[in-house]
Design a protein around this ligand. Structure first.
Ligand code: SF4
Length: 360
């Protein structure tokens, strides 16, 4: 006979949690991540910053999504919301869902809404590093300066895999070899300050991929590196993505990088996705005036040297501004009275655009 307490625990554990689906809906079968209406706000003394204001975004298995836009558009906050590492207070996910779809063996899939998890709880800690990993722009801020490379990678491996210290060290060495770091055995015993910028970024990638995550969030992973090392790191990420069958969200302001790496591109402006499509859609048939402006403002190899780059006029609105209609209206050469209403993100053949012009 169970006690009242045991009966209650048994009853609660037999009910499926409201944020977990053991059978993933059919229309999401090829997705690993499905973000719906996500709103992440920062409540500051000077006002509320709506860093994400209704973001809808999907990531397919074994694909690369390039997330582009100017500084402050919400790219990094999107990644931090997925990882549930938004600093709170002042930040908070106030609305929306982030569905992580995972294979759970026997051909079945399990889905979990990350927004419903306690950001400090065991469930999200099990997901971070194992299911979803992140590479930050400056590895010195995320690598622990007091621990050796071996200890840092080994700890992540031991947290998520049933291995002893020696086995974890062997995994760390194998990962360093995979990211093609020179003299991997020596690097294992070194501290972050003893490595060059390129080596630290390789260690960061090795750390992020050490548990074979389904999703890798790479936030400006090569911005701090010189061009040659940048190209090597991007090649490496592409190769590892295929080897580990991971999906990548590549956050960057560099359209050249996404054109080489991404399968799909999402363009963000003022906390919203304003255009989404394949690389072909977005680069060769841009529909949103902001995307057109971004493409006209980058130099193109082979273009005549006297042809001028066209900057996007005006500035991104102040983060605490409340805008009723289209947030790009003050900078848009095509703005009309209709643009005082917010344009919805409308899809046509997989190409999504939030602009009244594209819908007329
Ligand atoms: Fe320009 Fe209007 Fe389109 Fe906004 S909705 S991008 S203001 S045309």
């Amino acid at each position: 006979m169970l006690s009242e307490g045991e009966a209650l625990i048994s009853l609660l554990s037999s009910q499926s949690s409201p944020q977990v689906h053991t059978q993933t809906p059919a229309h999401t079968r090829d997705l690993v991540l499905d973000i719906q209406r996500l709103r992440t706000h920062y409540f500051l003394e000077k006002g509320t910053v709506k860093a994400l204001d209704g973001v809808d975004l999907q990531l397919k298995r074994n694909s690369t999504l390039g997330l582009v836009g100017e500084s402050g558009s919400g790219k990094s906050v999107t990644a931090r919301s997925i990882m549930r590492i938004i600093k709170s207070p002042p930040g908070k996910i106030v609305d929306g869902e982030i569905w992580l779809h995972r294979d759970s063996g026997n051909g079945t899939r399990k889905s979990v809404d990350l927004t419903k998890l306690d950001p400090r709880g065991a469930d999200i800690r099990n997901i971070r590093g194992k299911e979803v990993s992140m590479i930050f722009q400056e590895p010195m801020t995320s690598l622990n300066p007091l621990h050796t490379v071996s200890r840092q990678i080994g700890e992540v491996v031991r947290l998520h895999q049933n291995v002893n210290k020696k086995e974890a060290e062997a995994v760390a060495l194998e990962m360093l070899q995979k990211v093609q770091i020179s003299d991997a055995k020596t690097r294992l015993k070194q501290y972050p300050h003893q490595l060059s910028g390129g080596m630290r970024q390789r260690v960061m990638i090795a750390l992020a991929l050490s548990c074979n995550p389904a999703i890798l969030l790479a936030d400006e992973p090569t911005t701090a590196l010189d061009v040659t090392v940048q190209a090597q790191i991007l090649d490496l990420m592409q190769g590892l993505k295929d080897e580990f069958n991971s999906a990548i969200v590549l956050i960057t302001h560099n359209l050249g990088v996404v054109s080489q790496m991404a399968d799909h591109i999402a363009v963000m402006y003022f906390g919203k996705i304003v255009e989404y499509g394949t690389v072909q859609d977005v680069f060769h048939n841009p529909q949103h005036p902001y995307t057109v402006g971004l493409l006209q403002s980058i130099p193109v190899f082979g273009k005549k040297s006297h042809s001028k780059l066209v900057p996007i006029r005006g500035m991104v609105p102040s983060a605490t501004t409340t805008i009723q209609g289209c947030a790009f209206a003050a900078r848009c050469p095509y703005a009309s009275a209709k643009c005082q209403e917010p344009p919805p993100l409308i899809e046509s053949n997989g190409h999504k655009v939030a602009c009244w012009l594209a819908q007329s």
